[in-house]
Every structure is written in structure tokens, then in C-alpha cells.
Design a protein around this ligand. Structure first.
Ligand code: C2E
Ligand code: CA
Ligand code: CA
Ligand code: CA
Length: 275
């Protein structure tokens, strides 16, 4: 992790573990991935625990590499961030997700939300909110149908641009979710300083919550914290009926995970959901 002083904030990369040559060749290929239509969004359902209703999806990026086949984001997002390609890729993601949101709201359910993951690198441009506003306009997507997922690392540096962008997104009706909650930084003061609507509890705390009293204790505190701040709570990575039951007992409202559905291509999910 690097710290470069007040107004000079930097993204933190956790994934410098890939082999250098793989990074170089993937970086070169990634440059063409957008134009060559090699990127695809998969969608994972987000359900309401009390009745199992699907209230939205999270868009997750996949790259169909011409030689290596399908790659998940761990293989290429950090490369995209370092090279700056994430800005172009991120715009493609937003546009595609907004188009999907229009279809989901027409064919599945009203107020159906599509969540996208935003890299902190995307917040370094000063026109992110304007870019998103333009995308909403061209796709016909309403702000209320879009949720932006960001991580704690974006908020620990006291950058006014981040707060301004988040406020501007909020003004468009877009909701803001904190992703991987609990894994980042112990300072929690950002929770009251930034406009946050949703806490997504990392799957680290959810996995085996049905048998681990220590995890129950932590998740209880996270739920109380978020609820007191009038945030929605989403449990990530729910894999078993028993985990789901534990979460419901603790008062967790929403959940995602393989139990309710893996990430799937748009057409596949649309077919299941509109039945
Ligand atoms: P994330 O935002 O925390 O997304 C959740 C990850 O957990 C996804 O991995 C999802 O497939 C996986 N997952 C969902 N349910 C379960 C479960 O029940 N069990 C287990 N073991 N895993 C589950 P995925 O799709 O490989 O994405 C990895 C990360 O890549 C994401 O983590 C997100 O941080 C990043 N990412 C994905 N799409 C984008 C994107 O469009 N832009 C940016 N900047 N980052 C993205
Ligand atoms: Ca996410
Ligand atoms: Ca997450
Ligand atoms: Ca994650």
C-alpha cells in the first residue's frame, strides 16, 4: 500500500502476484478486448431473504480471451487498472449494465436494480458522474435502477473529489454500496461522512456462519451498525440453506451467493427470471 499525501491519492493494488510476462501479454491483448467484443457481463441474482424474491443483480465482468478462453476478473482487473484501460472498460460495463437494467425493469420486475463494480481509478477522472449521467440518458435507464459498488479503500483518503462524485451520483437517484465490507480498514468514520446506502458483508464472514459463533458475533455487529445508519445489508457468498437461515435470523435483509444463483449470461438469467 502506498500513501502519497493528502490530495494525491492512489489506488491500492492487492494483486501484484501475477507473473510479469503474463501481465504484459494480457495487458496487450486487453487493449483490443473492448473493440473485439471479447468482454461480457454475467449477472448474479440478489434476493430478499424473507421471501426469496429476486430484487436485482450484480454485473460481473468476463473476458473471452481468444486463446485462453474465459477469464474471471482476478486475472485482468488489476492490469486494466494499472494501464488505465479500466476507464474505457468501466464505461462499457456501465453502458451494458444500464441497457440490461432497462430490459429487466420491462420484463422481470419494477424497481429491479443492476449493481456495477467501480474501480477507484474511475473516480480519478473528474467527470465520472457526468459520464454516468450521459449513459443513463442514452440507454433510457433510470438512476434508481443503478447501484454503484465501491470499496472501503476509495474512502480512506480524504479526497473531496470522491465525496463530490458520490453526492452527484446520489442526486441522479443512484444508490451506493460498500463492497467487501469488513475486509478493508478498521477506521469506520467514512461511513458517516459519505453517502452510502448499502453494506455488502464480505463472504469471509458469511462462509460457515451457521457453525461459527465468532462469525455470528461479527455479522451481528455489522448488521446493527448498518441498520442504525439506515443502510440496507447484503450478505455475500451465501452457499448453503443453513447459512441463509442463520442470516435471516440475524435480521439480514438481502443476500447473494451460489445458493440463489451463480453469475450467468444475460439471456440465461432473463429466461429464468421471466418465467
Ligand atoms: P466482488 O464484487 O466481491 O464479486 C463477488 C465475487 O464472488 C464474484 O467473483 C462472484 O462470482 C463470486 N461469488 C458470488 N457468489 C459466490 C459464492 O456463493 N461463493 C463463492 N465462492 N464465490 C461467489 P468474480 O465474478 O470472479 O469477480 C471477482 C471480483 O472482480 C469482484 O468481486 C469485483 O471486485 C471485481 N469485478 C468484477 N466485475 C468487475 C467490473 O466490471 N469492474 C471492476 N472494476 N471490477 C469488477
Ligand atoms: Ca461487488
Ligand atoms: Ca464483494
Ligand atoms: Ca471482492
Amino acid at each position: 500500500a502506498k500513501h502519497k499525501g493528502r490530495n494525491n491519492f492512489q489506488c491500492y493494488d492487492h494483486e501484484l502476484t501475477l507473473h510479469v510476462t503474463e501481465r504484459l501479454s494480457l495487458g496487450a491483448a486487453l487493449r483490443y478486448a473492448c473493440a473485439n467484443h471479447e468482454l461480457q457481463l454475467y449477472y448474479q441474482p440478489k434476493v430478499q431473504l424473507k421471501d426469496g424474491r429476486v430484487v436485482g443483480v450484480e454485473a460481473l465482468l468476463r473476458w473471452w480471451h481468444p486463446v485462453l478462453g474465459m477469464l474471471t476478473p482476478d486475472r485482468f482487473i488489476s492490469i486494466a487498472e494499472e494501464t488505465g484501460l479500466i476507464v474505457e472498460i468501466g464505461e462499457w460495463v456501465l453502458k451494458t449494465a444500464c441497457q440490461a437494467a432497462v430490459d429487466f425493469n420491462r420484463d422481470v420486475a419494477a424497481s429491479f436494480k443492476v449493481a456495477v463494480n467501480l474501480s477507484c481509478r474511475q473516480f480519478l477522472q473528474n467527470d465520472l458522474a457526468a459520464t454516468i449521467e450521459a449513459i443513463l440518458k442514452t440507454t433510457g435507464c433510470r438512476g434508481e435502477w443503478l447501484e454503484c459498488e465501491i470499496t472501503e479503500s476509495l474512502m480512506i483518503e480524504d479526497n473531496p473529489q470522491v465525496a463530490n462524485t458520490l453526492e452527484a451520483l446520489r442526486a441522479l437517484g443512484i444508490t451506493i454500496a460498500i463492497d467487501d465490507f469488513g475486509t478493508g480498514y478498521s477506521a469506520l468514520n467514512y461511513l458517516s461522512r459519505f453517502p452510502i446506502d448499502v453494506l455488502k458483508i464480505d463472504r469471509l464472514f458469511i462462509n460457515h456462519i451457521d457453525t461459527d459463533p465468532c462469525k455470528v458475533g461479527l455479522v451481528k455487529v455489522f448488521i446493527a451498525l448498518g441498520t442504525n445508519l439506515e443502510m440496507q445489508i447484503v450478505a455475500e457468498g451465501v452457499e448453503t440453506v443453513s447459512e441463509s437461515a442463520s442470516l435471516q435470523k440475524l435480521g439480514c435483509g438481502l443476500a447473494q451467493g451460489y445458493l440463489f444463483g451463480k453469475p450467468q449470461p444475460f439471456d440465461v438469467l432473463m429466461t429464468t427470471l421471466s418465467l
